[in-house]
Design a protein around this ligand. Structure first.
Ligand SMILES: [Zn+2]
Length: 337
């Protein structure tokens, strides 16, 4: 590592438009906060600058609530281009960048593109939250900055949701993680670790699903049982109307299942009656002598079939996608209400 290497932790605050046009979709940066460490035990130094809004001139009501300045003060701040140049100059030539989560990098890139400052687009930004989630919290949930500060036992005297303070906290988390882990994992190590974590979770879920089904199915009385006929291929059976559509035992309305999840010889799917709630279908196939598949479906109601068991099948079973993804419906709002 060279002498001039610096670690830059940054955090952005942005304003949003009210969605009417293309430009309104851009999250416009209004504050850049950063904290620089020149080594992992450096006390560090801060950077914070507001940016004069030029795209969304009015502060969104949610942003206005969080911001310690008023609109007039913000309007006297420097332009985005000036602040960005000052910021990168402050960072030094040999800087490594860190954020908490992936949002800030995305918003920075969008703003750089908007202002035609592509020369800054290729800086690599390390998402410290990913490393924290995987190696400290051992979860695939994204930890909030505040929770990480608490869990690592770091001092938290500053207000959250100020770009400068959040950048400072991110730096303290980074330094603490390096103390505990010796070094931060590379992108590739993170990818591998996350994949191994997902696989392990899936494996545990499928084991738990097998156990739960083995205990449940022999004794649980279905609401109904029906034959779906004979099919040449398993796939044809699972996609068939006979397998997927049934009637609500209460009101006789037609119900259609979502995707199937295969756990050993069982295929499970869920359907829903708008009035009578959820029903669970458990399909089993038998090979007949002619190489055909004979299927039957047992239907269970929500009161007796544990929701968690279905969740386990969904998390660990092999998904068989049969449901069409619903198209987003276009809604027409009456204006001027
Ligand atoms: Zn019903």
């Amino acid at each position: 590592m060279s002498e001039s290497m610096s670690y830059i932790f940054f955090d952005l605050e942005w304003n949003q438009g009210y969605p009417h046009s293309e430009a309104d979709k851009l999250d416009e940066i209004i504050q850049i906060g950063a904290y620089r460490l020149d080594s992992w035990d450096d006390p560090g130094s801060p950077f914070s600058a507001y940016v004069r809004p030029s795209i969304h001139k009015k502060l969104h009501h949610r942003v206005r609530k969080m911001l310690p300045l008023d609109q007039n003060e913000l309007n006297r701040a420097d332009s985005f281009k000036k602040v960005i140049r000052d910021f990168f100059r402050w960072c030094g030539k040999d800087a490594q960048f860190f954020t908490w989560g992936s949002c800030d990098a995305r918003v920075l890139d969008m703003n750089l593109c908007w202002y035609g400052m592509e020369e800054y687009l290729d800086v690599e930004i390390y998402d410290l939250q990913r490393a924290y989630d995987l190696l400290i919290a051992h979860t695939d949930q994204q930890a909030a900055l505040k929770d990480a500060v608490e869990k690592l036992g770091l001092e938290d005297e500053l207000e959250y949701h100020d770009a400068g303070n959040d950048a400072y906290y991110t730096a303290m988390i980074g330094a603490e993680m390096v103390r505990r882990l010796k070094r931060l994992p590379s992108e590739e190590e993170l990818r591998q670790g996350e994949e191994a974590f997902r696989q392990e979770k899936r494996r545990q879920a499928v084991e738990a699903a097998k156990e739960a089904l083995a205990e449940l199915l022999p004794t649980l009385e279905p609401v109904s049982r029906r034959n779906c006929g004979v099919f040449q291929r398993e796939e044809d059976c699972l996609k068939s109307r006979a397998a997927r559509v049934c009637r609500c035992p209460e009101c006789d309305n037609l119900l259609c299942t979502g995707n199937w999840y295969q756990v050993e010889e069982h295929y499970l799917a869920r359907s829903r009656c708008a009035e009578h709630g959820r029903f669970y279908s458990c399909l089993t196939m038998e090979d007949s002598a002619e190489g055909l598949y004979k299927a039957s479906v047992a239907l269970y109601c929500d009161e007796t079939f544990p929701r968690e068991t279905f969740q386990l099948c969904k998390a660990g079973g092999k998904p068989i996608i049969v449901a069409k993804t619903p198209k987003k419906r276009v809604r027409f709002h009456k204006r001027g209400k």
